[in-house]
Design a protein around this ligand. Structure first.
Ligand code: HEC
Length: 434
């Protein structure tokens, strides 16, 4: 599991490195696989082949202060990790881009092609040569504070929250009253977790009717503006959502003619899924909003949830399949898609079937990993006419052989909000086409 592993690696860096080195010292390197021979005619070097690959696919997370436990910037780091990089890219564990090619193109796609995976392997097998140092590209630069620059509106949790050391994950909801005097079109949202060790993911919901007050003052509330829920929902039917954040999700701007319309008096309910770390942790997460100031802003974006709440995954079934269909009552423009399942989820594929019968694959995840709740943004927003049918198919592995299986022995699992329950949900940002 990402967070567990994350911590293990962080806590014992010498051990992790010793393991990688020790492993390659103990096992003589296997001979290069036959299908690699042709590509080996070219000798890959760090300077010309590997550094550009790492810069484009890995260092956004593998750099100091980011979510990955070690940096892959610079030759020394790349060489040190070459064997492990070959291994985890071949297995598909890294990079954690899970979407297979579909009938749409995605923005900021950091997935690797088979050629690139083979290149990492061949480079490692050749002893990770550096090549001509003068040809090494400079690592990309990252905005120091916020990737999209200075926010138009910066809000934060109303107080520094203290999370207990042990026990189940907790879902806390914090109510933020943005200080705005007139409606604004929000074109992008970015999140800076106050404590990366425990913040697992964040979703911003909206509440126009002050319905959180009762919840805050209830018995699972904390009078300083936060309250606990069991996950999934926020304790009432929110008016909308502005999307979410999880490690590895890069902030992305909506097109110039679109935005989430945020009006004065609307509260933002920030739901944070916390993992426990073994000690008391403090968090004060911040949210940056970027306004769409273009005259063209007119498309009101909202978040749709296409769910199958009737899933019933039988104990022991290693390939339980479910389908959910939804016919669009109006034409929409769709901006992104985010599959969501819990620990038993294995695959999710979604199509749009247009009224003329044309079938468009929107997203296809075949190796679901609960730890990577990625949002796949379409390079070009797509218009889906009224009457289009969205079809979502998902499969779950509820056998004892699923390494993420939370129950021993497996039990029947249904829809629910705890991590050990399941969900089958396709989340999408859209606007209605007028
Ligand atoms: C979106 C963020 C992200 C990107 C992009 C990413 N990584 Fe990682 N990587 C992580 C995190 C977090 C971990 C630690 C936890 C884990 O293994 O999931 C990790 C772990 C690793 C490990 C150690 C695996 C282990 O089992 O200990 C290697 C090696 C690695 N990454 C290589 C790469 C390479 C090579 C790329 C690019 C091709 C890449 N990563 C891209 C976030 C990322």
């Amino acid at each position: 599991m990402k967070h567990l592993q994350n911590k293990a690696v962080l806590a014992f860096p010498p051990l992790a490195i010793a393991f990688v080195w020790g492993a390659s010292a103990l096992n003589p390197k296997p001979a290069p696989s036959p299908e690699l021979k042709p590509t080996l005619q070219k000798k890959f070097t760090y300077a010309e082949d590997i550094a550009p690959l790492l810069n484009n696919h890995c260092v956004q997370c593998h750099r100091p202060g980011e979510v990955a436990p070690f940096s892959l910037i610079g030759y020394e780091n790349a060489k040190k990790w070459s064997a492990m990089m070959a291994q985890v890219t071949e297995s598909g564990q890294m990079p954690p881009w899970k979407a297979e090619p579909a009938d749409v193109e995605y923005k900021d796609n950091f997935g690797l092609s088979d050629e690139q995976r083979k290149m990492l392997k061949a480079w490692d097998e050749a002893g990770a040569p550096r090549g001509d140092k003068s040809k090494e590209p400079a690592p990309p630069t990252f905005g120091k504070d916020w990737a999209l620059g200075k926010p138009d509106l910066l809000v934060q949790m109303p107080y520094e929250f203290e999370l207990g050391p042990e026990g189940q994950d907790e879902y806390w909801n914090f109510v933020i009253k943005p200080d705005i005097k007139e409606p604004v079109w929000v074109q992008a949202m970015d999140v800076k977790p106050g404590n990366k060790t425990v913040v697992h993911h964040v979703i911003a919901f909206t509440d126009k009717k002050g319905r959180t007050e009762k919840l805050i003052n209830g018995n699972r509330g904390d009078k300083r503006a936060g309250y606990l829920t069991t996950g999934g929902g926020v304790g009432f039917m929110p008016d909308g959502s502005m999307g979410g954040w999880a490690p590895g999700v890069a902030a992305s701007k909506l097109p110039d003619d679109a935005g989430f319309l945020l009006e004065p008096g609307t509260d933002i309910v920030l739901q944070i899924h916390y993992n426990k770390s073994g000690k008391v942790e403090k968090d004060r997460t911040q949210i940056a909003f970027y306004y769409n100031k273009s005259e063209k802003a007119e498309k009101k974006v909202d978040i749709a949830w296409i769910a199958n709440p009737l899933i019933n995954i039988k104990a022991g079934d290693s390939n339980a399949k479910f389908t959910q269909r939804f016919k669009l009552p109006a034409a929409i423009e769709i901006y992104n898609v985010m599959p969501h399942m819990h620990l038993l989820g294995r695959s999710m594929t979604a199509w749009a079937v247009l009224p003329d019968g044309k079938k468009i694959k929107l997203v296809d995840v075949q190796d679901w990993d609960f730890n990577w709740q990625l949002v796949y943004t379409l390079k070009k927003p797509m218009v889906l006419p009224r009457g289009t049918e969205l079809i979502v198919e998902a499969s779950f592995d509820n056998s004892k052989d699923n390494p993420f299986q939370p129950h021993n022995p497996p039990v029947d699992v249904r829809w629910g909000e705890e991590t050990t329950d399941e969900m089958m949900l396709l989340v999408a940002a859209y606007s209605v086409v007028k």
